[in-house]
Design a binder for this molecule. Sequence first.
Ligand code: FAD
Length: 307
Amino acid sequence: MYDLIIIGGGPAGVAAAIYAARKQLKTVLITEEIGGQSVVSEGIENWIGAPKIHGQELAKLFKAHLEAVKGDIVTPALGERVTSLAKTEEGFLAKTKTGKEFAAKAVLIASGAGRRKLAIPGAEKFENKGVTYCASCDGPLFGGMDVAVIGGGNAGFETALQLLAYAKSVTLIHRHKEFKADPVTVGKARAHPNMRIIAHAEPTEIMGDQFVTGLKYTDKNTNEEKQVAVSGVFAEIGVMPNTGFTERLVALDPIKRIKVDPHNQRTSVEGIWAAGDCTDELYHQNNIAAGDGVKALEDIYLWIKKR
Ligand SMILES: Cc1cc2nc3c(=O)[nH]c(=O)nc-3n(C[C@H](O)[C@H](O)[C@H](O)COP(=O)(O)OP(=O)(O)OC[C@H]3O[C@@H](n4cnc5c(N)ncnc54)[C@H](O)[C@@H]3O)c2cc1C
């Protein structure tokens, strides 16, 4: 039996694992991969201590740091996905997709978040065939083409600005009249001659044959069905926390993020902590996730030592 199970190898989970090693808590770090969401980013410019770093490079540093301190105290279980987490008499039991089981006195959930997927006809069929959720990964593939961005928040507008560097034109479609994005970012996009913005419109279908050929939407001002011919659709409609495996155990907020006490990252269940983007923390950033992981670990250490 381990002292601690950490679920997730992003900045929250890795920071916690490094502290667990230093505090000599027998730990298993269960994760699909090390690095987290921003591995796809070409340039992270706010990771403290690095003016600019590629997401892959940051992931390498996480691995190297973990390797340097883990000894036989922290066991990485890589390529594993936790599918269920249950309370037992002694503590907790995590089961993974490959059928492995891990038991521990305490659990830190640092499973982060993923992109919210488009739920309209054609979205699933054309995923990776023109429908994409990552401009920094796939944007260059659409050089010289007409593309659409769905979403009027900062992520949508930043994606549009990024795409304007390669694409022939970018059409941004947003379901409301007002944009959630900062006015400065909206202004920058509006100023670009190849940018078209359609507000108060509901995307209804992705069209295509082998690849995407267009996007249908309802103009909510007139209720008319319209379409725009594009080769790529970039969806930026929010994130979904990876909390399905814990849904029946810990208290979640209405959008399924784990509720935590911000003083110590404790969840509603004694013995389970959570950190980073899977929580109801207001701000989601690499540095914040790492800090949350460290905060949780400090509290877990004291809790285990007092038992
Ligand atoms: C494209 C992009 C660019 C970004 N750029 C920046 C930036 O420049 N600066 C910044 O501060 N932030 C940036 N962010 C946000 C930042 O990446 C997140 O805030 C941060 O990664 C959250 O860290 P986390 O450890 O909470 O979760 P994540 O990074 O989401 O990591 C979660 C980890 O848990 C694993 N996992 C998930 N489910 C399970 C499961 N069931 N079982 C086991 N393992 C599981 C995943 O494989 C992953 O290793 C960016 C995000 C994206 C998507």
